[in-house]
Design a protein around this ligand. Structure first.
Ligand code: MN
Length: 255
């Protein structure tokens, strides 16, 4: 089994290192990760400047770009082979509900998915890396089970899949079994923080993500609050399929 591993917190992040250590016991793992923190970069690609790749002492490749850049260049020529699985994380903090739109962790996995490869994004619910070893073992176990169930053998003409996994910060023995969930929803983000810099210019700092608004049973918020590992299958088609008929009728009135 060959795995391409990336993240959005940067190549030195404890979540990436822990996941690498866990996955290398079951697969050949190539790490291609951003040089710096790229949280909230979503699927951004760097197209107006070149990218440079360096090797860290531990063998990880690090890239002067975004998470999606890392996966993109790895899959379009740098690796020289097609991995069986693209894994991203483990992120420092939850990627639930609306977070998935902004998340660089999800973006890296989504880039693998867009290239037709099964892909998984892993995040820990709370920031700070508490019980990261348990999270890494959980991720390893999930990948092993998927390999055993032959879910990783997706040919180029077959549909890949994309999973978003959130793991509560609990010791391994206290983690409850995984639950398949839909995404919840968050309230709008907190107010922007505004200050004046030493030279009199106004600065704006984007506020925190909002609290959960839809955390009903069945959501990722609900499952992780109960101590379960949440697993949400994602898709990329943003079409509002329910709205197609309404907009077709409305468009007829507009023209
Ligand atoms: Mn991050």
């Amino acid at each position: 089994m060959k795995i391409l591993l990336s993240n959005d917190d940067g190549f030195r992040a404890p979540g990436l290192v822990a996941l690498y250590e866990a996955l290398k016991t079951i697969a050949e793992v190539d790490v291609v990760a951003p040089e710096h923190n790229n949280s909230a970069k979503s699927n951004a690609l760097t197209v107006s400047s070149p990218l440079y790749v360096h090797r860290a002492d531990n063998g990880f490749r690090y890239v002067t770009g975004t998470p999606a850049d890392c996966v993109h260049i790895a899959l379009t020529g740098m690796l020289g082979y097609r991995p069986d699985l693209v894994v991203s994380g483990i992120n420092n903090g939850a990627n639930m509900g609306d977070d998935t739109i902004y998340s660089g962790t999800v973006g890296a996995a989504m880039e693998g998915y867009l290239f037709g490869i099964p892909s998984i994004a892993f995040s820990q619910v709370q920031r700070g890396w508490g019980h990261i070893e348990g999270a890494a073992q959980t991720a390893r176990e999930l990948v092993l089970q998927m390999q055993a169930q032959k879910l990783l053998h997706v040919a180029a003409h077959e549909a890949p899949w994309l999973l978003n996994v959130n793991i509560p910060n609990l010791p391994l023995e206290q983690l409850k079994p995984m639950k398949i969930c839909r995404l919840g929803r968050r309230h709008a983000a907190e107010q922007v923080i505004t200050q004046v810099d030493p030279r009199g210019e106004t600065m704006y700092w984007i506020g925190s993500a909002g609290a959960a608004k839809d955390e009903a049973e069945g959501t990722d918020f609900f499952a992780t609050a109960q101590g379960h590992v949440s697993v949400t299958p994602l898709k990329v088609d943003l079409t509002d399929h329910d709205g197609l008929r309404y907009w077709a009728q409305t468009a007829a009135r507009l023209v």
